[in-house]
Ligand binder design. Sequence first.
Ligand code: ZN
Length: 348
Amino acid sequence: MKKATLFLFITLTFSQLTCTKDAFTGFIHPEMRPFIEDFIEEGKKRGVEFDIEDIESFLVNEFSVQEGFSETACGLGWYDYENTGRRRIEVLNIDRCWGNRSRIEKENFMFHELGHAFLERDHIGSTLPNEYPKSIMCSTDQGLDCSNFTIYHDTEPMRTYYLDELFNENTPLPEYTNKNEYIRTVFKGEAQEYSTNWELFIVGDPDNLSNFQFSQDTSSSGTPTLTLSTDGSSLSPPASAVIVNRFDVTDIASCSNLKAFSNIRAEGMTDGEFQVGLSLRERTTVDSLNRFSLGLKKETANGFYENYLHELYCLSSEKTDVVSISFTLESTTAASITVDNLLINLYE
Ligand SMILES: [Zn+2]
């Protein structure tokens, strides 16, 4: 008799477990709930209604499926989980993906997953005129340098645009992509104060087999010419070198734009590329190079790029205080880029 009871007990437990795995639970992790509620609220403002009881949302130690996503994925969102019609989100419960993220980063990230789960949207690769992602549904699988948890920051017009686009793909480009009233110059390549700020980082080539070199020619009067070059290497994937200059921008009107202009000459690239980056970070994270990696503009052709423009949209007046300008060279053959007449202006 005892045996029979035990057997029954085990059978029940097992079937309950099976049941939990296969059926919709409606479970929502308490830390995720506020973001789902905010998403529903933002949708409502835009005429789209969802019910929080139609979704389940988990923090997991590993994803419940093993294929169909990139190695670095932090979250997955389904509108038809395992062909059961269930809307479901799973987020990896590790610091990089959840614990260390700020509130706004968690929001960006959850709204992207909810874009899959509630709005049934796929990834898109479209960009704004400055080549930043056009949508919070951007993804590295679309060839974008897309880190969807930094796609918008604390600037309200930027957040509003990305949420409008999330709920309506036909949202027109935001007004801030077209600001042309010159306010002032915030960085001048020839200014002594910036010439010592350049830092060189070599990526993917710790022993510098590619022999990346950086030099500043200040011999002639006027703007120093920056040169970044490599002897080439057989490294695969190719290594790259980045020069970065960081400077403060203070006392700006909210949602101003920065425009960086420079003359760039690219030579010797056969399979590589150069990139111009313009990014911002809060002073509290100034030592982290990972936080704001958006904003790269890439070119693969050799030649002279006169007055090459790269633009940073909609700065926050309160929290944006360090801007980085960077030039990157990636090449497996001997190649160089030279940069001249660098100038960064503020527009409102
Ligand atoms: Zn996605």
